[in-house]
Write a protein that binds this ligand. Structure first.
Ligand code: FES
Length: 68
């Protein structure tokens, strides 16, 4: 089971057992945790490369419970 936590003004923090299938079909076996870009500016998508800081990304700060 994986746990996904949106960080404040940053990436999704994903923890647990999972794999990521990239757009070219290759599979990335993850370690215990990864950070996935949600600002759209990372050069290493789907992973966060820290670009959200330079781009001034501001999240809406709503988690899944607040959206339901
Ligand atoms: S969330 Fe970090 S680069 Fe997009």
């Amino acid at each position: 089971m994986a746990e996904i936590t949106p960080t404040e003004n940053g990436p999704y923090w994903v923890r647990g057992e999972f794999k990521i299938t990239l757009s070219d079909g290759t599979e990335k076996v993850t370690e215990d945790e990864v950070w996935l870009c949600r600002c759209g500016h990372s050069e290493t998508k789907p992973f966060c490369d820290g670009s959200h800081n330079a781009e001034g990304f501001v999240s809406d700060n709503l988690d899944m419970r607040e959206r339901e």
